[in-house]
Design a binder for this molecule. Structure first.
Ligand code: 13P
Length: 256
């Protein structure tokens, strides 16, 4: 319990492929009082816009708002058509990046090895990965959740030191609960987030107690509090319910 209190709550919106830059800017401006409210209550608040909206969001948002990228390449530059590098993000003051989201794993061949390479580059640049893990519906039904999530954690983070991982965030997002309205129960969320922490402990020892583990998958204002009441759930990664400022505000107010 004491250890849980050491970890600041984190509410992060993943906008996926939504919002024009103008809309992102409008949201960012409207979110300024929320960033202040979050700060007062020791909560970290953020959003992850598309690459093209990062600059507008960063410029318009409170400096206390985390503005995260949804992806990055592990090379600093080169012949990688369509990719964006760490220095390009840093130029805009972006130092958080979502890695290994299940949509990228499913549609863009984002393997555990690729996630590892990306996190290695992020750690070398003192940036914060939000490393997403989670099982498919079939894996869930076959009772293989821990096998899959354990492998994602071990292969993704293999060889990193506790010092490198100290700011890491992990998000457990069961694929079957993303955008489906089918929530994992808070018992499942707690069980797997605890398992994530135990697996982290094998890799980085007691630093695992400092790592924030989020739940994601159909988180809404109505259920966010229940998830965050679980001892090993330190926050939420929210898709759909983070897109409208009113709903985003409600998510925050419900966890104050
Ligand atoms: P939803 O909240 O829309 O289910 O999306 C979850 C998610 O994928 C966040 O990264």
């Amino acid at each position: 319990m004491l250890l849980n209190k050491m970890r600041r709550k984190l509410l992060l919106g993943n906008w996926k492929m939504n919002k024009l830059a103008s809309e992102a800017r409008e949201f960012a401006l409207a979110s300024k009082p929320l960033a202040e409210l979050a700060k007062k209550n020791n909560i970290d608040l953020g959003v992850a816009p598309t690459y093209l909206s990062l600059a507008a969001t960063k410029e318009a948002a409170s400096k206390d708002m985390i503005v995260a990228a949804q992806n990055v390449h592990f090379n600093p530059s080169g012949a990688f058509t369509g990719e964006v590098s760490i220095p390009m993000l840093q130029e805009f003051g972006i130092d958080w990046v979502i890695i290994g989201h299940s949509e990228r794993r499913a549609y863009d061949n984002e393997t555990n090895q690729k996630c590892h390479d990306k996190m290695k580059a992020l750690f070398a640049n003192h940036m914060v990965p939000v490393y997403c893990v989670g099982e498919t519906l079939q894996e869930f039904e076959e009772g293989r959740t821990k096998e899959v999530v354990g492998r994602q954690i071990r292969e993704g983070l293999e060889g990193f030191t506790a010092e490198e991982c100290k700011d890491l965030v992990v998000a457990y997002e069961p694929v079957w609960s993303i955008g489906t309205g089918k929530n994992a129960s808070s018992e499942i969320a707690q069980d797997i987030c605890k398992f994530v922490r135990e697996t982290l402990r094998e890799l980085i020892g007691d630093t695992a107690d400092k790592i924030r583990v989020l739940y994601g998958g159909s988180v809404k204002p109505v259920n966010v509090k229940e998830y965050l009441s679980c001892p090993d759930v330190d926050g939420a990664l929210v898709g759909g319910a983070s897109l409208k400022i009113d709903s985003y505000e409600e998510l925050l107010r419900n966890i104050l």
